[in-house]
Design a binder for this molecule. Structure first.
Ligand SMILES: NC(=O)N[C@@H](CC(=O)O)C(=O)O
Ligand SMILES: [Zn+2]
Ligand SMILES: [Zn+2]
Length: 455
């Protein structure tokens, strides 16, 4: 049962991709009309959303996250499918890919279908489970990739994220296997031997404060190996959370050679540096680690010039007891769903390096394409298209506070900072999941996901 399509909306004076103001009508789950003020037919009883004073709200295709940790099953104390997807809607997302490092692992058709159904029941965003590459993320035996692909969850993205698929033979087999169903292997690029006991980026800061370093080469050597493997077997590779200047160079080289590789950067790697580790506050402990200012500049440049295809949150919620402890025993990871768009605005749009159309590309169109969900998500803001939309106020300034975020965990590295931009409304197939910057509770099972088996 879906409550979609019952309410019609007219968005007055909004700017698709940041262009000139128009009125946009949403009805029956689709974009019914777009036109100059006063020129479009507004269905009777439609709810009006006005852009207010100033330059007006920016209308984007609903955001798509290729890398979200929802923690269910297994760590419901950190997040559930419900709480994590509610946070995603608050952040402007209409679809997320749920990473496989759950307990039990998302390595069978049964577990991915369970997560897929939980996503439908929650109804906040489309949930696309990622399948594990190896059984239990153990790195020894390929999981049932085909069964997950054929399941109701229709898995296309496979990853042992949290762990690297280190065995080159297994990585090769996985790349070969996923070709049969147009899948992609998303690699967490971390050479395990080079990162034993690693706590933060290896560099000046780690030497000064006495923490074991995670060298850039541990990431870069795996990426270099994997792009060559992908070329050798003619398969598609995706690189998770790329974080170093050298990694950007390797991807640029690989794309120049025609290798079918895509890459993501997280919001935190676009702005934060390893200097933040100096106070030993584990909120800044993450994998891969925060790097240097030079790396931050390189990933921004790579994102602007298209070397890096997408921004993915790597939303990694952890309960207080796993983060509020000594640095060396704290968990790796930070939340990101509710701050991602603001960080991209601050680092890329407000600096003049990207347009809002570019934001739509890196946060919606490209992740949809990589995840093979282009029937339903990352589609143009155009008449007849499904009304998966995000309405942003770029002039708002928000003070970030982990305790008031929608996610069940409060480990945001942006706590205490002010960030530009606020998600005013999010629509999933024409149904508002967020209005006036607040999530709309009382949603019900949404089984209209066109990519799923239940269409
Ligand atoms: N990014 C992190 O630091 N942690 C992730 C795992 C991962 O993305 O590698 C997690 O699951 O907590
Ligand atoms: Zn990872
Ligand atoms: Zn991750």
């Amino acid at each position: 049962m879906s409550t979609a399509s019952t309410t019609a909306y007219v968005l007055r004076g909004v700017r698709p991709y940041g262009t000139d103001p128009v009125d946009v009508v949403l009805a029956d789950g689709v974009i019914a009309a777009i036109g100059a003020a006063g020129t479009v037919d507004v269905p009777e009883g439609a709810t009006e959303l006005a852009a207010g004073d100033g330059p007006g709200l920016v209308l984007l295709p609903g955001l798509v996250d290729l890398h979200t940790h929802l923690r269910e099953p297994g760590r419901e104390d950190a997040e559930t499918v419900f709480s994590g997807t509610r946070a995603a809607a608050a952040g402007g997302f209409t679809a997320v890919h749920a990473m496989a490092n759950t307990t039990p692992t998302q390595d069978t058709a049964g577990v991915v279908e369970q997560v897929y159904r939980l996503g439908q029941e929650a109804g906040w965003v489309d949930v696309h489970p990622v399948g594990a590459v190896t059984v239990g993320l153990g790195g020894e035996k390929l999981a049932e990739l085909g069964a997950m692909a054929d399941s109701a969850a229709r898995v296309r993205v496979f990853s042992d994220d949290g762990k690297c698929v280190h065995d080159p033979v297994l990585m090769r087999r996985a790349l070969e296997y996923v070709k049969a169903f147009d899948g992609v292997v998303a690699q967490h690029a971390q050479e395990p031997r080079l990162t034993e006991g690693a706590q933060m980026n290896e560099g000046v800061v780690s030497a000064q404060i006495g923490l074991t370093g995670w060298p850039a080469v541990a990431e870069e050597s795996i990426i270099a190996r994997d792009v060559l493997l992908a070329e050798h077997v003619g398969s598609r590779l995706h690189v998770c959370h790329l974080s170093t200047a050298g990694s950007v160079e390797i991807i640029r080289w690989a794309k120049g050679r025609g290798i079918d590789v895509t890459a993501e950067v997280t919001p935190h790697h676009l702005v934060l540096t390893d200097d933040l580790a100096r106070d030993y506050d584990p909120v800044f402990k993450v994998n891969p680690p925060l790097r240097t200012a030079k790396d931050v500049e390189a990933v921004r440049e790579g994102l602007a010039d298209g070397t890096i295809d997408i921004v993915a949150t790597d939303h990694a919620p952890h309960p207080v007891e796993d983060k509020d402890c000594e640095w060396s025993s704290a968990a790796f990871g930070m939340t990101g769903l509710e701050t991602a768009l603001s960080v991209v605005q601050q680092t890329m749009v407000d600096t003049g390096r990207m347009t809002w159309a570019d934001v739509a590309r890196v946060l919606s169109e490209n992740p949809s394409r990589i995840g093979r969900i282009t029937q339903s998500q990352g589609r143009p803001v155009a008449v007849g298209e499904p009304a998966n939309l995000t309405l942003v106020d770029p002039d708002a300034i928000r003070a970030i506070d982990g305790r008031t975020q929608v996610t069940a965990s409060d480990n945001t590295p942006f706590a205490g900072m002010e960030l530009p931009g606020r998600v005013v409304a999010t629509f999933l197939r024409g149904r508002a999941t967020v209005l006036d910057g607040t999530v709309v509770d009382g949603t019900v099972i949404d089984d209209k996901n066109l990519e799923g088996a239940t269409r």
